[in-house]
Ligand binder design. Sequence first.
Ligand code: EPZ
Length: 430
Amino acid sequence: MEQYVIKGGIPLKGEVGIGGAKNAALAILAAANMTDETVRIENLPDVRDINALIEAMRDIGTRVDRVDRHTVMVNGSCVENCIVENENMKKIRASYYLLGALLGKYKKAQVPLPGGCNIGSRPIDQHLKGFKAMGVETKIEHGFIIAKAKRLHGAHIFLDMVSVGATINIMMAASMAEGNTTIENAAKEPHVVDVASFLNSMGARIKGAGTDVIRVTGVQRLHKSDYSIIPDQIEAGTFMFVSAVTGGDVLLHNVIPKHLEATTLKLLELGCKVREYDDAIQVIGPEKLHSTHVKTMPYPGFPTDMQPQIAVSLALADGTSIVTESIFENRFRYVDELIRMGASIKVEGNVAVITGVDRFTGAHVNTPDLRAGAALVIAGLAAEGITIVDDIYYIERGYENLDRKLRQLGAKIEKVSGEKEIQKFRLKVG
Ligand code: EPZ
């Protein structure tokens, strides 16, 4: 089991390149199955979730050839069956995007019902509601969703809550349904827009992505495309908080500042300086962070995927802050780990009351989920002494070369496995 070991207390300075957006790439890879022609996708992040979905696609017969670490050629013309195997779904929830893609093209699909995960129950009832409205019959047998449609037709769908996954999945199926589909109360995240742009580049007819009403006119066939994934605003935001928490000065390349507005505004409230450029953003952390309050919301609100990162920052700010998590029901699991580092946080339901402390001290902590793991790394970078972060498998699901990128900024962090390598690190850093 690999770990990160970190010696904290160093202000991180320098430049870092941000990779492609994992949550856009997962849906775009699935959507690439919807044409029989070859699709070239670049700026893919080389992370576990992406590689797991590529395996799941190969298992159903899709050809996926790697051009380089961040570029693939996909050809879905030889899909033999539309049955996604269970172990792939266990590795990656987003295999459910193959539902929308395969239903659109083949009018049938069989995908394991994704379990909950460590941030909440994460049902997919809204996905199924949309598919049913489009004429899809679904049943659940032996843990699989078995879906098929005699005739996949357009529908007027009103989502009960803003759901990124349901918006994208329904948009994919609607792209090749007969007639028109309207999705009301649609998610507006940048990755929803990126998936719509990708589908349109293959000949789909989607309008309104990025607003809460998306209109789709189904087409019979989709064609090849050569597409580049947008930058990952969550990876970018994570590095912005790295600079804020360590009192650093970090310039991030390959970002879209517009996608980071809610994060930037909060960093300004925390006392950071933020300079925006066309495709870069610079964050300078203050001597002492200021407290503030934040509530996670669907885009363009403050992203739930940045909630652990801002909570760590507020735990080192002056004064008391309140963090409200309105998207997932169990996204404060990292708090107990932070308390072991000296944080003073009280969680009541979906609200965390954070009393800022002067410093963290390094500790041995566990990673409960992807973004919480990144937040614990940030805490380790700020802490006095040595922090060991276990279960970094979760972190590598969504961050490519996190330790290497942090070392480029001056961090003393290494990926190790076992006590011997930890001792070696301790001797090296003193
Ligand atoms: C996507 O998850 C992201 N994952 C999540 O990022 C992100 O936190 C989330 O959107 C919100 O932005 C991917 O894109 C692969 P939702 P998704 O459907 O689509 C409830 C990360 O760290 N809901 O927008 O699953 C749901 O339980 C991950 O990269 C239903 O009740 O999120 C949640 O409370 C973590 N029924 C809320 O809606 C449904 O059918 C929003 O979920 C669907 C969702």
